[in-house]
Design a protein around this ligand. Structure first.
Ligand code: UTP
Length: 295
């Protein structure tokens, strides 16, 4: 039987963003601009380019900024229209025209697993993607599309992973897994044996870190509801996947592309510089400017 189609993407955006204070005191980090678009728009565009238009945002503080961004702004559009600013009008309309978006609130930041559980009613009994927008990924084929291909082949949940230096693994969820040959490659797809959230480097089963892209099946909600708070006192998605692993296989995929942790100040700066350099309108003069700096 073919795998059920993934039509929905959940965006947990209710974290406290403490690594980016004070910028995140009154707005979610997902609204910080990377060049000229809020971080979360990159994630939404990734979903759309992967064939997913149905977007579910789990929001906390600063909900109105995210809602306003993806809503129609009549005042702004009328103004741009009256000033014949067609290009800007197109830019402003582009995202909201492409998606159907709904919102659910996570009143307290009780963890990523808890945030995903809040989306249960809106997701319903079907598979779905989870996108952590502060992981920004530059890839030829959108990362979610890459995961969907694996999901469709194995009919099972799939997590995006990447290799990180051993000393960095304690900042991530980590998998213990065996490689599975797929499409002529032996080191891209893994069948997961176990998962652990933020292990000490010495205890980590591998250097494969889970990053913020998942294809999940609806039975994950039962597992989330059943787990106790874990690392940091939060309801962890990694712990819930560990429980789900008892009843079904779960796969990991070493995606192709470059990931930036835009929820971290240094990661955000790196992403800003590299995304600006990639831009047709800004790349040239920005490169010249960087070269002129006596570094
Ligand atoms: P992070 O681990 O980056 O945590 O969350 P954070 O609280 O957002 O940021 P820091 O570490 O304090 O700086 C990973 C993702 O999970 C979401 C976040 O919004 C982010 O997209 N999240 C986390 C929630 O939606 N709710 C939570 O309770 C926790």
């Amino acid at each position: 039987m073919p795998a059920a189609k993934v039509r929905k993407a959940v965006f947990p955006a209710a974290g406290l963003g403490t690594r980016f204070l004070p910028a995140t005191k009154a707005q979610p980090k997902e609204m910080l601009p990377l060049v000229d678009k809020p971080i979360i728009q990159y994630g939404v565009e990734e979903a759309v380019h992967s064939g997913i238009r149905n977007i579910i945002m789990v929001t906390g503080r600063g909900k109105s900024a995210i809602e306003d961004h993806f809503d129609v702004s009549f005042e702004l559009e009328n103004l741009l229209e009256s000033r014949h600013k067609k290009d800007l009008l197109k830019i402003v309309r582009q995202v909201s025209d492409l998606i159907d978006v709904s919102y659910i609130r996570q009143k307290e930041a009780l963890g990523l697993g808890h945030a995903v559980l809040r989306s249960k009613e809106l997701v319903g009994p079907e598979p779905f993607a989870v996108i952590l927008a502060d992981d920004v990924i530059d890839a030829e084929t959108p990362c979610v599309r890459q995961l969907l291909d694996i999901y469709e082949f194995f009919s099972a949940p799939v997590l995006a992973v990447m290799e990180v230096p051993k000393e960095a693994i304690s900042a991530y969820g980590c998998i213990d897994a065996e490689p599975v040959a797929h499409n002529g490659s032996k080191d891209k797809v893994y069948r997961i044996r176990d998962l652990v959230e933020k292990p000490k480097a010495a205890d980590a089963p591998s250097n494969l870190a889970i990053i913020g892209r998942y294809i999940l099946t609806p039975d994950i909600f039962e597992s989330i509801a059943a787990v106790e708070p874990g690392s940091g006192g939060e309801i962890q998605l990694t712990d819930s996947l560990r429980l789900q692993l008892r009843s079904r296989p779960i796969y990991a995929f070493k995606f192709e592309g470059k990931r930036y942790d835009a929820g971290d100040k240094l990661g955000f700066l790196k992403a800003t510089v590299e995304f600006a350099l990639l831009r047709h309108d800004l790349g040239g003069p920005f490169r010249e400017y960087l070269k002129s700096l006596k570094l």
